[in-house]
Structure formats: C-alpha cells, structure tokens
Design a protein around this ligand. Structure first.
Ligand code: GAL
Length: 638
C-alpha cells in the first residue's frame, strides 16, 4: 500500500446491519484505510458442522470496499465454536496440573490437536476460496495472537507430538539422556515413549526437559501458523500472510516465527500509568523492526483504556498520538487499534475503541479522526528503512533458561535487557535487537545481557565482534550454559573467556534490599561507575583485562565489577550508574544520537527525512529549536 495502514479490528457480527453503514461513514471520516475483519467469526461463519454462512461477510467486505477501505481478512480460527469443542473435548488444552480448560472464552484448543487442525483447515480453505479474488483483500491474518492464553499445552496429544519433536531432534534416546543429563536423580529413559511433558511434579523438573518443552511449544504454535499459511498460499497466491505478535512475549521464539510471516505485526498495550511505558514501547517497536529486518505494522493498540488490568488507566490527551508516532518513527508502516467500535456486550465491553460507547461526539473519536489525518501526511515514509549501529542480543533460549526453577537467583530476563536498552533510548541512539548467532557485522557495538545460553558457534560469533575491533559488552549470566544447558566449565563464558580476559569463579548475588543489613549485604561499586550495584555480584578473576570498577564491601570487596580488554567489556553487576558504563562504551565508536543532549523525557528518532521528537515528560521542553508541549510531538523534515 502507498498509505500507512490505519484502522483496527472490526467486529460487525456484534452489531445489526444498520450500524454497518454508519461504521463505513465514520471510518471514512477518520481516514481509516484498513479494517481487520472476522478475527472471532468462526461460530457465525460455521454455525453448525460443515454449514457455512458467508453471506453476511460478503456484505461487510463489499461495504468496506465501496467505502475505499482495504481488508485484512482473518482466518477466524482463534476461537472455535462451542459445538466443535463439545463434540471433540479431546481438542481442549490441558494445564500442567492436568486441568482440561473449557469452552466459553477463546483459544480453547491444543495447538497439537488433529481435530482442531482438520476443522480449522476446512474453514481456512473455504474462506480463501471465497475471498481470494475480492478486490478489497489486502492481506491474510492467520488466527490471532497465537499462544496468547495457552502458551503450553500438556495434553496427551501434545505429549505425543513432543515425543516426535524430540525424536527428530535427538535421533536416539541415548542422545536425549545425554543432553538432559538424566543420570541426575535417576531420570534415565529407556525409550522415547517414557518421556512426558514437564507436568506438575514433586519438585524441580529436569532443566533440559523444560527448555525443550518451551522450544517444542513455540514450534507447535508455529505449526498452527504454517498449516494455515500453506493453504492460503495455495488457494490465494500472491496475497501477503501474517499473524499478530505480542511484543516481548515469552511463549514464542519470535526469531523463528518471524522468518515465516510476510510482514511482522505487533499488538502492544502499554500501561498509560507506567512511567516506563514509553521506553518499553520503544523497545518493543525496535524488536519488531529487528525481527522483520525492516518495516512492520502495529496491528493492535488500545485507543484509551484496556479492561484487563486491576486499574485501567485511560490514555491522557496526546498519549495515543505519541505512541502511534513513536511506532511510525521506529519503522511501523501502519497503526491499527483494537477495536473499531466499542462492544456493548461480552468480556471486552469496557475496553476502549476508536468509536466509544458515547459515539462520535467524544474525545476518543475526535482523536481517532485527528490521528487519521496526521498519518495520511506521513505516507511517504512507507517502506523507509533504518540502520541502527548498536545491537542488543535478545534470545528466547536464554529467557526460558534464566527464568527456570533452581537457578542462581531469580532474574527477569526482559528487565535485565531493558536496563541496557533504556540507557540508549534516553540518549536517542537507535538500537536493533539481534541474535547471538546472526550477522553482527553492521553493528559498532553489540551488547549481550544475561545471554545465559550460548552454543559454541554463538560464543564464537560474539567473540568475533571484539576480535574485529568493534565493541562487545557482555553482562553477567552470559555464556554460562550451552544449548543443552550443560555448564561451560572452567570459569563459564566459554569462547568469550579469551576476548574478555576474565573468568567467573563464583556467583554471589547481593541480598534483597529489604534484608541487606544482614550477613550478606547489598552491593556497591566504585571506579568508572559508582554507587549501587543491584541484583548481581560475582567473583570475577582477571586473566588479562583492565579493571574499571570494583565491588565495595562484603565478600566481594575490591573484586572486579566492570572490566575491559581492548574492545571487550565485562559487566558483572547491574550498576545504578549504568550511564557511565554506556558513555564509556560508546566513546569513539562514531555512534551518534538522533539529537545531541536530549532533555530528560524526550525521545528522538530519525526515519527517512523526518526527525521525530516526542515529549513524554509532564513539562514543556525546548529541543532542536522547537518548543514541545507535555505529551506533544514535533516532526521535523530535513
Ligand atoms: C488482544 C487481542 C484482542 C483483544 C485485545 C484487548 O490480546 O488480540 O482480540 O482481546 O487484546 O486488549
């Protein structure tokens, strides 16, 4: 499309036909270019087994087309109708405690269910055959937020699929035993048939089994996508196919999923009351751009409040616009919302929408219109790419492993990663997220925070950044385990040990702040970075590196906290003063912020010939010669 996508999920099945005409009128007034249709329409499209009713959907799509609105057509497979699940209860997902989930909400199916697959395939084929030539069809939207509610299914059918997955991965049960270290606690398997999903157990489950089940589950959901995509490609060739991601979502390894969508799309619902929301949203946008290596689409966001937090803050005036501009600035070729018209019944009736309960004479609808107008003026950015010079490693294996049971300390992987990201965001430095084993040659700086799981090849790849004279920053809890979760013996860090010139002898995380008066005190550091050292400490032994900061007090007193060997840095804690470390890392790299000396709370991003300046702070600011109101933006052209 030569315009930005602008619109949202459109659920006309919730309304009588009189409302549909009004919808098109209001969409046109708001400059809506695309509507996502039929996401939850399975029960209406197939009210009984094999009885299809497309007449109403024909009408909806024709009306949209007559109004000049393109259609992102969903395959409607996200919520099977009750008749299907009641006839085949074996398709319902099962929790790790053995509870079989019921009908009455949505996503009540196992990704491994053969029955679900058969019925979903039939529906998708019917839809594709009916609408493949419709002139309004812009894209196919597979299912919806795969794994959103059911990340892992522990049913017998998933157990069988898991065994097949393991057979393909390991070949022999001996190889599986070796990989999982099953000599520990008498867990040795005699055949694949004995292997179970990691269901609820008396205590810690096997780490290899847990990680492989995470990998398998992500792949099982990918299979759901692939099955639909294959049908769509066969019946409706040439029409792009996607599905909507959910930002930093633990359940799915989006690096793997992203290679199979024709364009990446994301759903993002920041909490308007969270001061960190702008930074987290920025990181999420950067992740999406990185996953697809280029422009992507914001597929869902709330025009104002959601209805699923304990307190659902409304977005104050300006915030929705700012979040939308932020997405465009960070590579989005479209801004879509959930949903078009606010429901009057059902579980999401209190979730905001582009047309609220109050109708068109409302703040939110006026903002809907204004945003449509503004986005129309940014159409020339469609397709514009951006080149970041800093890469931060993001790795699902490490996320899963780091947050398992029985680890050195419970850490939140995204939190550790975002601490680094925040420092660059504050400075107006664009960041890509990268894979440790990916092509890192375009980055002047690569940061690997808590990348706990690294294969030999990934260790070598990261080490290569430093040996080629570019900057490599390795954070604590990196390269501790290989891809089987076997410890990298002899001081951890594997192949990175040499470029970093350090070894780690012992982990020694500080006490929680609440108990840090006891025998294990809180930590501080001195030197390049000074002050509090949150969350982590360890005994670092220097073989060949400069010590830039040291721990102060307690058993780590005087030991290295930040080291550097040439262009390779090791950071053994989370300094409150991470800014000093980042300043030093960036120095002399030629990595430039979008605008020098950004005031606090202002975000700056370049895309194409535009400089986006977003003021998240509660005060008016002056930057790049512009005065920007609180929650205001300036978009400057070169
Ligand atoms: C998304 C979902 C939408 C809607 C929205 C509400 O997760 O895809 O269908 O439920 O959340 O915030």
């Amino acid at each position: 499309m030569d315009r930005l996508w602008y619109g949202g999920d459109y659920n006309p099945e919730q309304w009588p036909r009189e409302v549909w005409d009004d919808d098109v009128r209001l969409m046109r007034r708001a400059g809506v270019t695309v509507a996502t249709v039929a996401v939850f329409s399975w029960a209406k499209l197939e009210p009984a087994d094999g009885e299809f009713d497309f007449e109403w959907l024909d009408d909806v799509i024709d009306r949209l087309h007559a109004g000049g609105i393109r259609v992102d057509l969903a395959t409607a497979t996200a919520s099977p109708p009750p008749w299907l699940a009641l006839a085949h209860p074996e398709m319902l997902p099962v929790t790790e405690d053995g509870v079989r989930l019921s009908v009455g909400s949505r996503q009540h199916y196992s990704p491994s269910s053969a029955v679900y697959r058969r019925y979903a395939d039939r529906l998708v084929r019917n839809l594709a055959e009916r609408y493949r030539d419709h002139p309004a069809l812009e894209a196919w939207h597979v299912n919806n937020e795969l794994a959103c509610h059911v990340q892992r299914d522990f049913s017998d059918e998933s157990a069988a699929a898991f065994r097949e997955w393991l057979r393909a991965r390991y070949g022999t049960v001996e190889a599986l035993n070796e990989a999982w270290g099953t000599q520990f606690w008498s867990q040795q398997y005699g055949s694949f048939d004995e292997v179970m999903p990691p269901r609820a157990a008396p205590t810690f489950r096997n780490p290899g089994q847990l990680l492989d089940f995470d990998r398998f589950s992500s792949d099982a959901w990918l299979q759901v996508y692939r099955a639909e995509k294959a049908i769509l490609n066969e019946v409706s060739p040439g029409v792009p196919v996607t599905t909507n991601f959910m930002g930093f979502f633990k359940g799915l390894d989006y690096w793997r999923h992203a290679t199979e969508v024709d364009f990446v799309t994301d759903d993002h619902y920041p909490d308007p009351a969270d001061p960190a929301a702008p930074m987290i949203a920025a990181a999420t946008r950067d992740l999406m751009r990185s996953l697809g290596d280029g422009p992507w689409l914001l597929m869902e966001q709330a025009p104002s409040a959601v209805n699923w937090r304990a307190r659902n803050a409304a977005k104050p005036a300006g915030m929705h616009r700012l979040l939308s501009l932020q997405a465009v600035a960070r590579g989005a070729d479209g801004i879509m919302q959930f949903q078009w018209r606010q429901s009057k019944a059902g579980a999401e009736k209190f979730h905001s929408a582009m047309v609220p309960h109050g109708g068109e004479d409302t703040r939110v609808y006026r903002e809907t219109v204004a945003l449509g107008e503004e986005l129309a003026g940014l159409a020339d950015l469609v397709g514009a790419r951006q080149d970041a010079r800093v890469g931060i490693v993001f790795d699902w294996d490490s996320w899963w492993a780091l947050e398992q049971e029985a680890t050195p300390s419970s850490l939140s992987y995204p939190q550790v990663v975002l601490r680094w990201y925040a420092e660059l965001w504050r400075r107006g430095v664009l960041v890509d997220f990268v894979r440790a084993e990916g092509d890192l040659s375009r980055y002047a700086v690569v940061i690997a925070p808590a990348t706990q799981v690294l294969s030999e090849a990934a260790q070598q790849n990261l080490a290569g950044v430093a040996s080629s004279g570019r900057r490599l920053v390795v954070g604590y809890q990196s390269a501790v385990l290989d891809e089987r979760l076997h410890v990298l013996l002899g001081g951890y860090l594997g192949a990175l040990r040499q470029v970093l010139g350090v070894r780690v002898e012992e982990f020694a995380p500080p006490a929680e702040p609440s108990v840090s008066g006891g025998p294990v005190p809180g930590l501080e550091i001195a030197g390049l970075a000074t002050g509090g050292a949150a969350e982590w400490g360890e005994v670092v032994r220097v073989d060949d590196a400069e010590v830039l900061s040291t721990f102060v007090g307690g058993m780590l007193d005087g030991l290295p906290a930040v080291t550097r060997r040439g262009t390779a840095w090791y950071v053994a804690t989370a300094p409150d003063d991470l800014a000093s470390v980042v300043d030093a890392v960036l120095e002399g790299t030629g990595v430039e912020p979008a605008v020098a000396d950004l005031p606090e709370g202002v975000e700056a991003v370049r895309r194409g010939d535009r400089l986006f300046l977003l003021n998240w702070s509660p005060a008016e600011v002056r930057v790049a010669g512009e005065s920007i109101a609180p929650l205001g933006a300036a978009i400057l052209r070169d």
